[in-house]
Design a protein around this ligand. Structure first.
Ligand SMILES: Cc1cc2nc3c(=O)[nH]c(=O)nc-3n(C[C@H](O)[C@H](O)[C@H](O)COP(=O)(O)O)c2cc1C
Length: 304
């Protein structure tokens, strides 16, 4: 019997290592007629903010070689609506649900998380999106500063006992340093990576392909960047690492596990096939058998 379960903590065991990535699977309810989400290892919701957000003006996405560019701008229903309309459904699922949280000040992150805690519903935990501009620090992202990452993690740690992972940005000089700051602040895990800064321009019209100009690159194009980031982060911390970036097949899951990941998230590929996560997790036992491994854990960090 091949074991694909993943132990993230004493309280949290995933049925398999495949989660959906924030912002690419809605609130987990849009695809409910298309895919049995309970077969996933987990779901990460799109990032929730204190107030509802319309997001950036269109065009917000563009295709590019082996990936996509996006600047959605954290469009979401806001925390109150989320708690009322979305969380009860999510809490009833038989898979691990992680609520992604975003904010433009530390107080805002804490308020969003505390509001969700007050709803007092059963779900696994949180993913903290620190790739957000901090308005009090002139728009500098939380995730590029180790001190801000540590302090934010500490403040959120004080507000919840649930599992909490910090999602790292690749757009930094030393991602290991930021990961360590999250660990020191009390994170249970880190996930890596968020999108890579990118841009495209129409050569004829001169228009940016995505309205904000600078935007986020995702999909298979960034897989080698994500793999390197996971490898560096896994060397830097002793908490679990969740790999994200360009994953499109069971083989990719094993690549990330070999780089040191406990589990993975699938983002952009959900747009091609919302059932991809379930298909990939179903293929894992066969692939592990072919490799000669009895469990995923046996392969973690095994690279030469
Ligand atoms: C359309 C779109 C929206 C996204 N929205 C969020 C978001 O709200 N919060 C977040 O932390 N990451 C967000 N991301 C980043 C993904 O969760 C993921 O980290 C990134 O796309 C890399 O994974 P992938 O290559 O599998 O897509 C978004 C990505 C895309 C493509």
């Amino acid at each position: 019997m091949i074991d694909v379960t993943v132990k993230l903590s004493d309280q949290l065991i995933l049925k398999n290592p495949v989660l959906t990535a924030s912002g690419t699977f809605g609130y987990g309810d849009e695809g409910r007629d298309l895919v049995d989400v309970n077969q996933l290892g987990g779901i990460v919701t799109k990032s929730i903010t204190l107030h509802p957000r319309e997001g950036h003006p269109p065009p917000r996405i563009a295709e590019t070689a082996a990936g996509m560019l996006n600047a959605i701008g954290l469009a979401n229903v806001g925390v109150e609506h989320f708690c009322r309309e979305k969380l009860p459904y999510l809490a009833g699922l038989e898979t691990a649900v992680f609520v992604s949280i975003a904010g433009s000040t530390m107080d805002e992150y804490v308020e969003v998380l505390s509001t969700i805690e007050q709803a007092n519903l059963g779900f696994a935990g949180y993913e903290i999106n620190i790739s957000c501009p901090n308005v009090k620090k002139g728009g500098m992202e939380f995730g590029v500063d180790a001190n801000m990452t540590r302090e934010l993690t500490q403040r959120l740690r004080e507000a919840t006992d649930r599992f909490m992972m910090i999602k790292l940005s690749p757009n930094v000089t030393d991602i290991g340093l930021i990961a360590r700051a999250a660990e020191q602040g009390g994170a249970d895990a880190v996930s890596a990576i968020n999108t890579v800064v990118g841009m495209d321009i129409d050569p004829v019209t001169g228009n940016f392909k995505v309205s904000t100009g600078l935007c986020g690159l995702s999909g298979p194009a960034i897989r080698p960047v994500a793999l390197a980031a996971v490898y560096r982060v896994a060397q830097a911390v002793s908490i679990p690492v969740i790999g994200v970036g360009g994953i499109s097949a069971a083989e990719d899951v094993v690549r990330f596990v070999r780089a040191g990941a406990h589990a993975v998230q699938i983002g952009t590929l959900n747009y091609r096939d919302p059932g991809i996560g379930v298909k990939i997790s179903a293929r894992l036992p066969e692939l592990l058998r072919k490799i000669g491994a009895g469990s995923l854990g046996e392969l973690r960090g095994l690279v030469n």
